[in-house]
Design a protein around this ligand. Sequence first.
Ligand code: KIV
Length: 269
Amino acid sequence: MSVADKVTTSRLLEMKRKGRRIAALSAYDAPTAALLNEAAVDVILVGDSVGNVKLGYENTLPVTPEQMLHHVQAVRRGNTRALLVADMPYLSYEIDPKEALRHAGRFVKEGGAEAVKLEGGIEVGGVIKELLRVHIPVMGHLGLTPQAVNRLGGYKVQGRAVKDAEKMVTDARILEGAGVFAIVLECVPSDLAREITRKVSVPTIGIGAGPHCDGQILVLDDMLGLSPGSPPRFVKRYAELRPAMLEAVRRYAADVRSGKFPASEQWYR
Ligand code: KIV
């Protein structure tokens, strides 16, 4: 890999200007990060979705900065090319900007993250400016912000009412003004995502926000068919790994029980 290949925040801005779509995915461990690099994914987000998809929590709220750091460090060890973004977990940035600096600083200094993501609009403008003051690039996140699930009353499409849509456009402009390098738009009607994408100079990365965003992101376990149950409408399943894994593990257990495994080629003489 040449230095020119490394994805940076300025590369993403250039991609928007040139109309080149950004491919982003979440990842939580080193081998998966290496695989995403092999597939030339542009942005790897160590999402707080780690709470639901890896740690067995019901939602993202219990995830701690320590848990995030552990996964950011693992992903960093597997990543060479993609821009590595670490999610700021719930209550690590909302209460005190100094706390936000401390946590984000650890993600960069100890975890090797190249940027952080945080959820919200006008209310996080000040924190974003603080993070930029110490040279930490920030990705915004509007629409369905999972850390607000209790206030939003569930995982629903956001911005359907005119006043909500107008607020989201205003929030996007505020995030842009505060200095974010990109904005995730989650579960937003596609017309609204198009309007925001046109109105801001930074790339929008959609998840359930239609085709007009500058890039797309999915939770890796959802698109690989690793998550149990049926995924949200906006997920495209590119593989069905869970049934394949279940079948493999069942066959292994049956072989152990019947004595078929290990066979002679699997033991040492
Ligand atoms: O936590 C996460 O994985 C995310 C993406 C869904 C955008 O925030």
